[in-house]
Design a protein around this ligand. Structure first.
Ligand code: C2E
Ligand code: MG
Ligand code: MG
Length: 732
């Protein structure tokens, strides 16, 4: 096709300048009229020749396609169309080319040479028979922007549909009176009502009565403060009656002038979540075995009680309860019974406590009670006494009946308490005092106890360094044959010379050492020192004297004891039967089976047992026989009774009779005066020790002591028949 001079088939091409020069006047002439109109037109105006190439493009067309007048001419119009449009429109254009005066209307997508998309609404007219034009005139309007807006709207609508209708979160639109304009399926599902049932109503019909106010309040808040988003939690009653907890987010939509238009609610059913959180926090705050509060919860309550006390002067107290020898229950009956016992104790505590009190399992066998809203501080003691009374009833678990006693430390919240945690600390100090006074009782904290606790603590610190600093030593008190005054043995007693405090009595530091593993080091030291002394103590009447060493409860029950004893004896090569280990009867009877095992292990080594402080504990005669002690040391309270009476004489006689029947050495402790000596002789007590002869002295002083006792004995035995004082007294 094409008559024309100015075109070439194929891609747009810029004609050679030289080749066009002679044709230009003709073209310019030809389009002069068109140019006159096109130049000022607001539309795209393009003229195509027979080949479909652009022969004229007006300024709007140039701008729209981003080309100059020169670049525009020669472009292949069809090539600018999108591939789809090219296919669709090409046949119609072909038709147009052969239809003089014909017209087509189309919306097309074209691309600028730079590749940008243009949407155009065009009217193409065959003007080949117009001599001034001789081409197809395309008149187009750029609708790119308009199309874009429409697409955006469509995509917004889709976005909204997905966000609202398809959303799994419940959503509602309401008008400014909170009446529902629209709800999504999730919301209908959540409350169990259909869309139709909900539209036009507010949320009142399915809101729990108590919570209607919440909706109203947030509505008011949104309107009055123009806060665009408010979150709150409320409860709904579903159509099926089930109550659910929902978290609501209320957002307010504003018009361009900032005026409220409607509300958008997004809601979430948090019923399960709440339940889980409550369960988890309850688990995190309670002891799983007894269900009582744990430390965390207790401390929290205590802090609040303390704040209340400081604000309004309310009275409160902390009771720290410790089960006496609970370990024994676990060891004897097993952990299952142990656990059941703890549960049973928790139940008894609940019986005593009031609503406002907090019960806490503080540790393995320790409980705390926070007593609040007391009328007077002394009520705290009454609560403690009630707990002790509850504990007095024996427990019956799985057919086993036993008594579990407890000791209680009480601390009241007085104005001097500036930190809540000191209250537990004070209760602990009072508890220590309660146990020191003999267990099974309640003691209320007093400030002097605190001072004692502090010095106890520093003393314990000092004691831990006493061994390495060489501050400890053993002293030896002679044990005398009362018949003739001969020294037959020695009790070894530990001494601590504190660098600042001077001599600290063993009654003070031994219990301190008992509270830590220090007691084992002290015990081993005592045994080594005693063994060494046995090699150096003077013989009496040709026989080597025996030596007793005191053992505390934990030392005696230490699995390592026989080894430690054997090593001490072996290192100094002394005969084992010269050593007697002193234990109190309560220590021996604490766990009789275990005690018998230990004693038989020691007996295998050749070492004997002496029962110390005899008569003060609860002695079971049958056990006594089983223990087979080699010696019994009669407690000082029988030797020096506070008020001598026929009864105390009778007990003394009975103890001695028992000893004789069992063939045990009987040693009276603490004889201070000749009168006491005579009384003991009168009831046939064979051995004794006491200040009448000597207190315990250093090993290097023993020689002088023996000499002094020989020269001036406190008792004149010369008229008595001299007896034998010897190893034979020790042997059974
Ligand atoms: P204990 O074993 O009953 O020792 C007898 C206590 O009575 C000793 O006190 C002794 O010095 C004292 N005494 C002796 N004769 C008389 C007297 O005629 N009149 C008076 N008033 N007292 C007399 P001490 O040395 O203060 O020891 C006290 C307790 O400390 C001992 O009681 C014993 O239970 C414990 N103890 C001492 N040394 C050791 C040790 O090495 N290891 C252990 N585990 N405990 C020890
Ligand atoms: Mg003793
Ligand atoms: Mg004693």
């Amino acid at each position: 096709m094409g008559t024309d001079e100015d075109t070439a088939a194929g891609a747009p091409r810029r004609p050679e300048p030289g080749a066009r020069d002679d044709r230009r006047p003709a073209l310019e002439e030809r389009f002069a009229a068109l140019e006159a109109v096109g130049h000022n037109s607001a539309d795209v105006i393009v003229v195509l020749n027979h080949g479909g190439f652009v022969v004229y493009a007006n300024p709007v067309a140039q701008r729209t396609f981003g080309v100059t007048a020169e670049e525009g001419v020669g472009l292949n119009a069809v090539a600018l169309l999108s591939p789809e449009d090219r296919e669709r429109i090409a046949p119609r254009f072909l038709e147009l080319f052969t239809s003089p005066g014909g017209t087509i209307r189309e919306t097309v997508q074209a691309y600028t040479p730079a590749g940008e998309r243009r949407d155009l609404e065009i009217v193409a007219t065959n003007s080949f028979d117009n001599p001034a034009i001789r081409g197809i005139v395309i008149n187009g309007q750029d609708v790119t922007r308009r199309n874009l807006d429409q697409r955006e709207l469509a995509s917004l609508a889709e976005r909204f549909r997905v966000a609202f209708a398809e959303n799994m979160a419940a959503m509602t639109f309401t008008d400014l009176e909170d009446r529902i304009i629209d709800v999504n399926d999730a919301m209908c599902e959540m409350v169990g009502y259909s869309r139709e049932e909900l539209l036009g109503h507010d949320s009142k019909p399915f809101t729990l009565d108590e919570d209607v106010g919440i909706t109203e309040a947030t509505h008011h808040e949104a309107i009055s403060t123009s806060r665009s988003r408010i979150r709150y939690v409320k409860r709904y009653r579903r159509k099926d009656g089930r109550v659910i907890v929902v978290e609501v987010s209320r957002a307010m939509a504003l018009d361009p002038d900032g005026q409220p238009q409607y509300f958008v609610f997004s809601e979430r059913d948090i019923t399960e979540e709440r339940k889980l959180t409550a369960e988890l926090s309850s688990r995190a705050l309670h002891d799983p075995l007894t269900g009582l509060a744990n430390r965390t919860l207790f401390e929290d309550r205590l802090v609040h009680a303390h704040q209340r006390a400081q604000r309004s002067g309310t009275l409160a107290a902390v009771l720290l309860i410790d089960l006496d020898d609970f370990k024994g229950v676990n060891d004897t009956y097993g952990h299952v019974i142990g656990d059941e016992l703890l549960v049973a104790i928790a139940a008894r505590l609940r019986r005593v406590a009031r609503e406002t009190d907090t019960l806490c399992r503080f540790g393995g066998d320790e409980f705390l009670v926070l007593v609040e809203e007391m009328a007077q501080l002394k009520d705290a003691r009454a609560v403690a006494e009630r707990i002790l009374a509850e504990m007095a009833t024996p427990f019956n678990l799985r057919g086993t009946t036993f008594v579990q006693r407890a000791s209680i430390g009480v601390a009241t919240l007085d104005p001097s308490v500036d930190d809540a945690s000191t209250l537990v600390q004070r209760a602990d100090i009072a508890l220590y005092e309660a146990k020191r006074q003999g267990r099974g009782r309640a003691v209320v904290f007093t400030p002097s106890m605190h001072q004692e606790a502090v010095s106890r603590f520093t003393l314990a610190q000092d004691l831990s360094r006493a061994l390495e600093r060489d501050e400890l030593s053993m002293a030896f008190q002679p044990i005398v044959d009362l018949a003739n005054g001969e020294v037959v043995g020695y009790e070894s007693l530990m001494r601590w010379r504190h660098p600042e405090r001077g001599a600290v009595p063993p009654d003070v530091f031994i219990p301190l050492a008992e509270q830590s593993n220090l007691i084992y080091d002290l015990g081993a030291f005592a045994l080594r020192a005693a063994a060494e002394a046995m090699t150096r103590l003077p013989r009496t009447d040709g026989y080597p004297p025996y030596v007793t060493v005191n053992l505390s409860a934990r030392q005696f029950h230490d699995r390592d004891l026989p080894r430690v004893v054997a090593r001490a004896l072996g290192d100094h090569d002394v005969a084992p039967h010269r050593l007697l280990l002193e234990i109190t009867e309560s220590v021996a009877l604490e766990d009789i089976t275990e005690s018998l095992e230990i004693i038989s292990e020691l007996a295998n080594l050749g070492v004997g047992i002496a029962l110390d402080d005899f008569g003060t504990g609860f002695s079971s005669l049958s056990y006594l026989v089983q223990l087979r002690p080699r010696a019994i040391k009669i407690d000082q309270s029988f030797v020096r009774p506070a008020t001598p009476s026929p009864q105390s004489d009778a007990i003394l006689e009975l103890i001695l009779l028992l000893g004789r029947k069992l063939g045990v050495m009987m040693i009276a402790e603490g004889i201070e005066t000749p009168a006491q000596y005579n009384r003991l002789r009168g009831v046939n007590c064979r051995y004794g020790q006491g200040f009448l002869w000597s207190p315990a002295v250093r090993l290097d002083e023993v020689g002088d002591l023996i000499a002094r006792l020989g020269e001036s004995p406190p008792i004149d035995h010369s008229r008595r028949r001299r007896g034998r004082m010897s190893e034979r007294h020790v042997a059974d």
